[in-house]
Write a protein that binds this ligand. Structure first.
Ligand SMILES: O=C(O)CCC(=O)C(=O)O
Ligand SMILES: [Fe+2]
Length: 504
């Protein structure tokens, strides 16, 4: 099973499958309606007949035709009717459903999708209400969550022992219930039970007390809740006493609030960058970044039509090339990649296609040639072109593209040398989220369709450059397509100096 939620390509298939199922369902409805129509006609006919007949039964049956018809009706016609009533019209629809069910997302997928939403909520610091009303930045369409949807999200968080998000989503559920939304799944009492427990689990006595008070308002006669409230009040009283003593003694109390793992400084920095709160370059440094026309030292293919090369960052040097690949070529690459999608271990879910070697498509050769012409590097030793499609919440956590010396096994396996450089082509625009961020230096590169970024992962000495640590931010709105080329050391012995120079 794949991770549906993080690949829009795969989700598109689901959408079309659902459309087919709806049309099959409508066929079934039509068949049932037709059947009922026939049954109704039969009943109406008999209704008229028998009400006339029972007014004067003897007179009616005195007519031999009537007598014959009654016998015939009872002996054969009712049997036919029985057959009609018993006829099952659902066969075609049910068998379609059974076939398609194999492609349906399962509980794990649903949990994964819920978790992806909560990850987005954290990374982009989105209010539950904003998510629920669906007014996301960068999105032109609005899709809202019902009270039941919010409750589902809360329950997923609860089952993951994530009480922080349980509380957020149960509060949202309660809010929508208070606003008069109806639910046939959940009531305020159940939601408050969840809230009380998640506050308790987080050690938030005051909030636990407030939720308990609300529960008591709903049913003031509930003795159990009454007792619990007294308990919490007592605990809270004790806690305050302890705090007061500690304060008097000048001790610092470490209050742990907020979601777990929040203290991971590294992840915080990554998420900040994703939100566009990156460390800004000084204007002086910024002014040294340029955009120029580039022909790779008068490379014959680029003298006539030089490409626009833009500096994205100085140290390490990251450049972006504009209009590298045409829309038509990119569509072709996506098409090639689509049926071969496999899940790879990129940390949190992201789909990556099989390497290209097997495809042998002229468009791939052309792209490879272009990478070679522009970078001046030998790409025959490079890894195959790889394609990834990140859907909602899809991300690639901070990593280095080169292999480190302290990973001896992987380091030994480097047949064509280490990954000297990375070429990353953006094959879609992303309305919100999805930036490539360089976590060590604070650079954030926005995906722009048809542009490619390039950087060296290794110093000319062959040493790894740790400033190149980077990540792909979770996609908030849209579908992000990229293809990358990891270029190897082998073959570059006499080339690097003609290509892009890492000057520092
Ligand atoms: O998708 C991105 O923005 C980053 C991809 C990446 O890090 C890679 O392919 O090495
Ligand atoms: Fe990478």
């Amino acid at each position: 099973h794949n991770d549906f939620f993080t690949s829009i390509g795969q989700m598109t298939d689901l959408l079309f499958m659902e459309k087919d199922l709806v049309s099959s369902l409508k066929d079934y409805i039509r068949a049932e309606e037709h059947k009922l129509e026939q049954i109704k006609k039969w009943a109406d006919r008999l209704d008229v007949l028998s009400s006339a007949a029972t007014q004067d039964p003897e007179g009616f049956l005195g007519h031999p035709v009537n007598a014959f018809k009654l016998i015939k009706r009872l002996n054969t016609e009712w049997r036919e009717l029985e057959r009609l009533v018993l006829r099952n019209m659902s066969g075609a629809f049910i068998s379609n459903l059974t076939i398609q069910r194999k492609n349906f997302p399962n509980d794990d997928d649903q949990t994964g999708a819920a978790k992806a939403m909560m990850r987005l909520q954290d990374t982009y610091q989105l209010d539950t209400n904003i998510i629920s009303t669906g007014e996301l930045p960068g999105s032109s369409s609005v899709a809202s969550l019902t009270v039941d949807d919010c409750y589902d999200l809360g329950k997923v968080a609860y089952s993951e022992a994530d009480y922080y998000h349980t509380e957020l989503w149960m509060v949202q559920t309660l809010k929508q219930l208070d606003q008069g939304e109806t639910s046939n799944l959940v009531d305020a009492i159940t939601v408050l039970d969840y809230l009380i427990d998640s506050a308790y689990q987080q050690g938030e006595l005051e909030r636990e007390l407030n939720f308990t008070k609300r529960l008591l308002e709903l049913d003031p006669t509930d003795q159990q809740v009454n007792w619990e409230m007294k308990d919490i009040e007592y605990e809270l009283f004790n806690q305050k006493k302890v705090e007061a003593t500690e304060e008097a003694e000048g001790r610092q109390r470490r209050k742990s609030r907020g979601r777990p793992d929040d203290d991971l400084f590294h992840m915080r920095k990554y998420e900040q960058l994703c939100r566009g709160e990156g460390i800004r370059m000084t204007p002086r440094r910024q002014s040294r970044l340029f955009c120029r026309y580039y022909n790779n030292n008068r490379h014959p293919r680029y003298v006539i039509g030089p490409v626009r090369q833009e500096d994205e960052w100085d140290h390490p040097r990251i450049v972006r090339y504009h209009n590298i690949v045409s829309d038509k070529e990119m569509e072709k690459v996506k098409e090639l990649a689509k049926p071969r999608k496999i899940s790879v271990n990129r940390g949190p879910p992201v789909l990556k296609t099989c390497p290209y070697k097997t495809y042998e498509d002229p468009v791939v050769d052309k792209i490879n040639q272009r990478i070679e012409d522009i970078t001046g590097l030998d790409i025959t030793t490079a890894d195959d072109l790889q394609v990834a499609n990140y859907g909602i919440g899809g991300q690639y956590e901070p990593h280095l593209d080169f292999r480190q010396k302290d990973e001896p096994e992987e380091f030994e396996e480097l047949g064509s040398g280490n990954r000297i450089a990375t070429w990353l082509l953006y094959m879609s625009d992303v309305p919100a989220g999805g930036a490539t961020v360089f976590t060590e230096v604070g650079a954030a590169v926005q995906p722009i369709k048809g542009t490619a970024v390039f950087w060296y992962n290794l110093f000319p000495s062959g040493e790894g450059d740790y400033r190149t640590e980077h990540a792909a931010c979770p996609v908030l709105v849209g579908s992000k397509w990229v293809s990358n080329k990891w270029i190897r050391e082998r073959g570059q012995e006499f080339r690097r100096h003609c290509g892009l120079q890492e000057t520092d």
